[in-house]
Design a protein around this ligand. Structure first.
Ligand code: PLP
Length: 376
């Protein structure tokens, strides 16, 4: 029997293994900071930003961005309804309120029009998500942010290497955070990176991420109660190997998507990830949204694929529909407002997108989906 096709997984070469071995052997005491520093410098250069701060997760990066911007109780942050809860959870960590705006029908990312409808005098930031490697309309979001004096905190967790207007994801907001979770385009097992061009924000992040003390402090002089968010050297060593292989890894993601486009060619009623002109989608997760007329809700389709040895995931449920936000006024309003998120979500699944995939496996996924949908 053919093996199962995994949903996600990394590409780890001898380079990452050598760096990790070196970090485990030598990355201690005075040398503990070497790999984090090399990873940060290489990552900042790859994204095209001044500063990069290696962290234990993207969630901690979003938390630090909000905290460093001084966002807190009474403030509102507008995020898309259709995303992973990690995009919005840090808004609650700082005591602010997440406002869930709708997404665009084609990019599945934050709709500027919906953001406009959500603005209030308490809005302090817009938090767009580069969903599944796609990007929202940053020109429109930037216009809104400038008009209303708002910060853009970009959740680039899923979009390493993606581009909008020739600039890389991560350089599109005022500050951004990436994830290196095991499923991501670059992985360090778990990990994250905050990036920004803003010197003041960067300085504040360095201070907040080390229990409220200045970098280099050796006298334990904490001047505020803050957080502890650092990436371990062995993880940073793996990350350095990944960023040095950025072009190869991003090209593989795009190749996998091209295989899917071929395998799903002419399959009516199935829409794959969109790539508007002037953007580059890196297809972190190849995603298929089915026409409701086909009558294959995501749970049923996932079960059928599972039977055929193919792993899949549901596209995100609107955050405003989750028990975690039950009873919150902002979720109740979002449920009424966000027609597109609610229309897409029941009918979408993520398809196997691991970096180890081979074309024959994608062809098999295509054949199985056609069989399930009765379109052989
Ligand atoms: C859109 C989005 N935001 C944030 C995160 C959080 O990343 P991490 O798990 O590294 O905190 C993820 C990771 O799954 C994500 O997909």
């Amino acid at each position: 029997m053919e093996g199962r096709i995994p949903i996600a997984g990394p590409s780890i070469s001898q380079r990452e293994i050598d760096y990790a071995t070196d970090a485990a052997t030598h990355g201690w005491y005075a040398r503990a900071g070497e790999y984090p520093k090399r990873f940060e410098e290489a990552f900042a250069q790859y994204i095209g930003v001044k500063h990069a701060v290696s962290l234990p997760s993207c969630t901690s990066g979003l938390h630090l961005a909000l905290a460093a911007a001084g966002i807190g109780p009474g403030d509102e942050v507008i995020a898309p309804d259709l995303t992973w809860i990690a995009s919005a959870a840090p808004v609650a960590y700082v005591g602010a309120t997440p406002v869930f705006a709708d997404v665009d029908e084609r990019t599945w990312c934050l709709s500027a029009e919906s953001v406009r409808a959500c603005l209030t005098e308490n809005t302090k930031a817009i938090l767009p998500v580069d969903l599944y490697g796609g990007v929202p309309d940053y020109d429109e979001l930037r216009k809104l942010a400038d008009e209303h004096g708002l910060l853009i905190i970009e959740d680039a967790a899923e979009a390493i290497g993606s581009e909008y207007g020739g600039r890389k994801a991560g350089a599109l907001g005022d500050v951004a955070a990436f994830s290196f979770h095991g499923s991501k385009t670059f992985t360090t097992g778990e990990g994250g990176m905050l990036v920004t061009d803003d010197d003041d924000l960067h300085a504040r992040v360095l201070y907040l991420r080390d229990h409220g003390r200045e970098p280099g402090d050796v006298h334990f002089q904490n001047t505020e109660v803050a957080f502890k968010y650092k990436m371990p050297p062995v993880a940073a060593a793996i990350g350095l190997g990944q960023v040095e292989r950025a072009d190869e890894l991003v090209a593989k993601k795009r190749e996998i998507f091209a295989w899917y486009r071929e395998a799903f060619d002419d399959l009516e009623g199935v829409t794959l990830n969109h790539e508007p002109a002037e953007t580059k989608n890196t297809y972190w997760m190849v995603t298929a949204v089915l026409d409701p007329m086909l009558n294959w809700p995501k749970e049923k389709l996932m079960a059928a694929l599972d039977q055929a040895g193919i792993d899949s995931r549901p596209i995100f449920h609107p955050l405003s529909s989750l028990p975690a936000y039950a009873g919150q006024a902002s979720a109740t309003a979002a449920r009424k407002r966000n027609a597109t998120s609610y229309r897409l979500s029941p009918w979408g699944i993520n398809l196997p997108s691991a970096l180890c995939l081979e074309q024959a496996q994608v062809v098999r996924v295509g054949q199985v989906v056609r069989r399930i949908l009765g379109k052989v």
